[in-house]
Design a protein around this ligand. Sequence first.
Ligand code: PLP
Length: 383
Amino acid sequence: MIYLDYNASAPLHEAAYEAMQPFLGERSANASSLHRLGREARDAVEQAREYVGALMGAGSPENVFFTSGGTESDVWALRGVFEQKSNTERNSLLVSTVEHPAVLDTAAYLSKHGVDVQYIEVDSTGCLYRLPVTKKTRLVSVMAANNETGNLYNLKSMALWAQREGALIHTDAVQALGKIPVNVNQWGVDFCSVSAHKIGGPQGVGALYVHPDTSIGPLITGGGQERGHRSGTLNVAGIVGFGAVAKAIAGKIDERSRRMAALRDRLESQILTALKTVHVLGDLEHRLPNTTLLTVPGIKGEAIVLEMDAVGVAISTGAACSSGSGEPSSVLTAMRLANPKIQGAIRFSVGVENTEEEMDQAANAFIQCVERLLTVAGQIENV
Ligand code: PLP
């Protein structure tokens, strides 16, 4: 199988697999226990916190709190801010219309509970129009990189805009981590969500960076783990795996980025040269190095995914989380694209482990598959 669906989930990195083994077996213990095994588990978690914090540019590891994944981190940032002491002067949440459902659905939830939710519109390439922050804005949430188009957003300037009006800013950097440099301190954000499985860590682990001067209420209450910020017995093996992959890729982001871009460009250029009806969606100047979102108007993305799967290439129709739901992509809908473009969207997302041969084979398979499907569609139209 040629795996080109890294934005959905990256295969488990060898370093993560190896580091996790003892904690799934003889060294598994509760990181809150006082005995030796418990203390060792706690030490391993703290070591992982350092590695993950360093990969995010978090300053002190104490600013990093482990969660069950990117979704929980996003939900926690939004609800954690608005469910603390109410602030009637600042009761507005500003989110972009291309956020992940973890943010958009939480915004809808908060709106039902009295929060004034404002949306930042995007143009047809997914670029933000403007950031309408006001003195009423309590929190801005804009992602660092979009999971479908791969579009990158300028966090540094958005953080400045937000702070100028006294608002807090959260970013979902789930897709950015490991693909482009992530530095929460340089960006100047208050909260940042990341997820282990998008960088080769295990599924079901994530983290939220919280700026030390910012307070946030807990989402999950209980035994008081994570210094009272996030209760629940720690997923030691998962956290250790997250830490191991963070350590393994730290210092290599630029090199990884260049390799991914070279692979993606090789794949993309072969497809675009052969298929004149295929277009790339999104902001071509500012996008993740590993992502290309193509559209084949007139053909259903699902049909292409299934045909490609049959010949051993794993790709996606767009957001893996919403594909299969039958719903059109909310990101492409927000970009106000015509329906055939939305229906025909196909996402390739490559990883550093992919090879040039795989790009050539995948491009070839895609070209043949699309030509076949276009011929069939043409025949049906003529009947
Ligand atoms: N945010 C973005 C941008 C994502 O792409 C995803 C997953 O696809 C998530 C959040 C959710 O992360 P997780 O799968 O760890 O819950």
